[in-house]
Design a protein around this ligand. Structure first.
Ligand code: XMP
Length: 511
């Protein structure tokens, strides 16, 4: 049985970071909303509980709260920011408005040598709150303060209930990770036994139990998430799984072939490979608007997938590579606002009217954990380490209208760019690198002749989640080498430029 930390999400923008920090310690945790009932909590049997921060004020009508009996369960509790205020509010303290919103760095003065602060050397923490605790409940004592916050950290050592006004989960709280570690490992005594091998075996048992003798369909795109899901389910139920790979002809050079090979040869998976390149190209003919391209591709993908999946009789489940950030976002008390920003990205979303039950075995994992699981399952590193690739593929990297010829030119050029990145040992240091074919012709000279061909843009960025990004600073020598190879080896391109735009203001893709 895994030791579990339960995080109750009161709406903070950084709740996910609390989960990340705990998983980094090798301890399993789950994030739930405040409406997760006491009986459900008892069933989960957490060894420690964390109340996250949140934008509300405890006195506000409808402010999120929690059943007071949670304090009787015996699991140590740590409240962060709003979590701390809620603890005080529920246990008889007082919360008031800070004179102004406190935001930014602060220095804590640790006034009591409690285990929560063991080995905490750097005292810089990050504050971000409107309300603050004015009076602490009788059983509590102050364990740290700042110049402006007399109750920066409080504790009831007997009950093992702690509250901090600052955010230990963010990197600006320099020893914040240590504080979380002290709470989870030292105080709550959670064993760090969450690893991928463990997870894999557990999931295999779980999948077998859920699926029984039924059949599962899985849409395979060649990307990390769907590949890992397919390999995992295959290991659990083998031939009861059928994967459908819709090749829209807009993949990178040889990608379709590679995916087919890995899954049929290495994994012996039942794979239906649908070569739908002609269909997609004909539907995209003459279309230049990026959003129209996305819609056409999304709709066509669903049509093709639907037609193929109908051929698989008695399928009961549809497997999807949903990840934990999507799960948290869509159930976030803010109503999953950030979800809408991404929804246009989910091309390849599946038919809503399919009467299949969803099977989402990696819904509790973060991206880097999915990669580790992929390795554990024996997927080749070029699959698990692959840069993110958009669902509409090269359609949004050929600016303007799309033709087979342009796709081929882009595939060739991009393959050279990526090959050079790999040769220079940079592939794993970059989050996403790709080329964009521009609908602009420029004059060039080659040998004795004049050329009049297209411009290619190279892009490489580093990012954590794709929401913001910095450009990758290649050396001039590297860029010259790539440029010269592309112009010499790819007919149709006579000029190469490098994109220096970060996100924001630019987006990562050009369309
Ligand atoms: P942008 O261009 O919005 O991209 O800065 C952020 C990340 O999302 C990927 N992206 C997409 N992924 N369908 C997808 O599946 C899309 O339509 C799409 N558009 C952008 C992009 O490659 C980057 O990783």
């Amino acid at each position: 049985m895994l030791d579990t930390v339960l995080i109750i999400d009161f709406g903070s923008q950084v709740t996910q970071l609390i989960a990340r920090r705990i998983r980094e310690l090798g301890v399993y945790c789950e994030v739930k909303n405040p409406d997760f009932s006491l009986s459900e909590i008892k069933k989960l049997n957490p060894k420690a509980i964390i109340f996250s921060g949140g934008p509300s004020s405890v006195y506000e009508k409808g402010a999120p709260t929690i059943d007071k009996k949670i304090f009787d369960l015996g699991a140590p509790i740590l409240g962060i920011c709003y979590g701390q205020q809620l603890i005080c509010h529920l246990l008889g303290g007082k919360v008031g408005k800070a004179h102004e919103r406190e935001y930014g760095k602060a220095e804590i003065d640790i006034t009591s040598s409690v285990s929560l602060f063991k080995s905490v050397k750097n005292k810089q923490v990050w504050m971000s709150h409107g309300d603050r605790v004015d009076e602490i409940p009788a059983s509590f004592k102050v364990i740290a303060k700042t110049d402006s916050a007399p109750f920066a950290a409080i504790s009831d050592e007997k009950r093992k209930v702690y509250g901090v006004q600052f955010h230990p989960e963010v990197v600006h709280s320099l020893d914040g990770k240590k504080i979380i570690e002290n709470f989870v490992i030292k105080i709550a005594k959670c064993k760090p036994n969450w690893d991928m091998k463990n997870f894999k075996l557990e999931q295999i048992t779980e999948i077998k139990k859920i699926v029984g003798k039924k059949r599962v369909i899985c849409g395979l795109s060649g990307g990390v998430d769907s590949s890992v899901v397919a390999a995992l389910i295959n290991e659990a139920i083998g031939k009861q799984l059928t994967c459908i790979f819709v090749d829209h002809g807009l993949l990178r050079k040889n990608e379709g072939k590679e995916v087919k090979e890995v899954f049929t040869k290495n994994f012996k998976i039942n794979l239906i490979y649908v070569d739908a390149a002609d269909l997609f190209l004909s539907k995209l003919k003459g279309v230049t608007d990026p959003e129209k391209k996305r819609k056409i591709i999304g709709k066509t993908f669903i049509e093709v997938f639907d037609a193929e999946s109908k051929k698989i009789k008695d399928a009961d489940f549809l497997a999807q590579g949903t990840l934990y950030p999507d799960v948290i976002e869509s159930s976030h008390p803010s109503g999953g606002k950030s979800q809408t920003i991404k929804s246009h990205h989910n091309v390849g979303g599946l038919p809503k009217n399919m009467k299949l039950k969803l099977l989402e075995p990696v819904r509790m994992l973060f991206k880097d954990e999915v990669r580790l699981l992929g390795k554990e399952l024996g997927l080749p590193s070029f699959v698990v380490g692959r840069h993110p690739f958009p669902g509409p593929g090269l359609a949004i990297r050929v600016i303007g209208d799309i033709t087979l010829e342009k796709i081929k030119i882009l595939q060739e050029a991009d393959a050279i760019y990526i090959e050079e990145i790999r040769k220079a040992g940079l592939y794993d240091k970059i989050w996403q690198a790709f080329s964009v074919l521009l609908p602009v012709k420029t004059v060039g000279v080659m040998g004795d002749g004049r050329t009049y061909e297209n411009v290619l843009a190279l892009r490489a960025v580093n990012s954590v989640d794709g929401m913001t990004a910095d450009i990758y600073p290649f050396t001039a020598e590297f860029l010259c080498r790539v440029t010269s190879r592309i112009i010499n080896e790819v007919r149709g391109i006579n000029r190469v430029v490098y994109d220096y735009t970060s996100k924001p203001p630019g987006t990562i893709e050009w369309e």
